[in-house]
Design a protein. Structure first.
Length: 303
């Protein structure tokens, strides 16, 4: 496996397969009360420039449950906030830590961090991607549906960072992904082009949420305004109204549709309360699987 996970393109299909299998194994070991101290004496730094509940805590818990120590670094409290160059911070942190998990705005800043770090750098969300989210989501799809092929995975809503990582995954692993996004909120053209050029998977975009939801085996949605877009929220709420994943929309999907959301959710906006809390919802399993997948990632990259 490569040193860093900056986008899902850093992983081969074999890497995906290994991480899915290992995360599922670690989940079962935890259920049976089996923990290894494989990362004893190792230290993980978590540099977060945006809020987080799931990603931060699951990475911290993953590290602790494997015998290692997580250190949370709020950028506001570090010299990063006083413009110490990334290349200096990266080289210094590499002398103290065994891996870095970074959540920030700019993908370029993350790339610079990785370039100047001698330790693995893991993307915990940027404006452009959320690769670890989609790894644990695919693990959930495998658990619930036995795999990720043979049915349509539908993305309904904003063509955002999580959508981009789904597009990458479809291109690398070869599955059927359709995205319904309002005009002006479609995924990044360059990301789509690269994915489509891979010749693997079927990736289609449309403005029609009903057509995309039709016969889908998985429906995925996410917030309409991502972190950093708060000021656009009121405007986006109007534009995205027809894209709410509610009972009416999921009635067009396969009868055994699995509904997913990376959370945090806004009930009554991108997802209806009855769907989020209903029998098709996989959101709590999805959240749990972040812990197991993050363990698999840390174990693999740090050792
Ligand atoms: N899904 C996810 O990344 O959640 P957090 O923002 O709480 O980490
Ligand atoms: N697209 C969302 C995902 C949150 C986990 C955001 O970037 O805010």
């Amino acid at each position: 496996m490569k040193k860093d996970i900056l986008t899902l393109w850093d992983l081969t299909p074999e890497d995906f397969k290994y991480l899915f299998e290992r995360a599922i194994q670690l989940k079962s070991e935890k259920k049976n009360g089996v923990f290894s101290n494989i990362l004893s004496g190792r230290t993980l730094g978590l540099v977060f420039d945006k809020p987080s509940t799931r990603t931060r805590i699951s990475f911290e818990a993953a590290m602790a449950q494997m015998g290692g120590t997580p250190i949370f670094i709020n950028t506001r409290d570090s010299q990063i906030s006083r413009n110490e160059p990334v290349r200096d911070t990266a080289r210094v942190l590499s002398r103290y830590l065994d891996a870095l998990v970074i959540r920030t705005f700019s993908q370029d800043l993350l790339i610079e961090f990785a370039e100047f770090s001698s330790i693995p750098v893991i993307n915990a969300l940027t404006d452009l991607y959320h690769p670890c989210q989609v790894l644990s989501d695919l693990m959930t799809v495998i658990e619930l549906k036995g795999g990720y092929r043979g049915f349509k995975i539908a993305w309904i809503g904003d063509g955002n960072n999580v959508a981009h990582s789904w597009i990458n995954a479809a291109a690398i692993l070869g599955f059927h992904l359709e995205l319904a996004c309002p005009k002006g909120y479609t995924p990044n053209e360059k990301i789509l082009k690269r994915a489509m050029a891979s010749g693997k998977g079927t990736i289609r975009t449309s403005e029609d949420p009903i057509a995309v939801a039709k016969d889908a085996g998985v429906i995925y949605t996410d917030v309409w305004a991502s972190m950093g877009q708060e000021r656009e929220h009121a405007f986006r709420k109007k534009t995205f109204k027809p894209y709410c994943v509610d009972e009416e929309l999921i009635s067009h999907a396969s009868t055994d549709v699995t509904v997913m959301h990376c959370l945090p959710a806004h009930r009554g906006e991108e997802i209806g309360e009855a769907v989020l809390e209903g029998p098709h919802s996989a959101v709590w399993d999805q959240s749990e699987n972040k812990l197991h997948m993050h363990k698999a990632i840390l174990e693999t990259l740090i050792r």
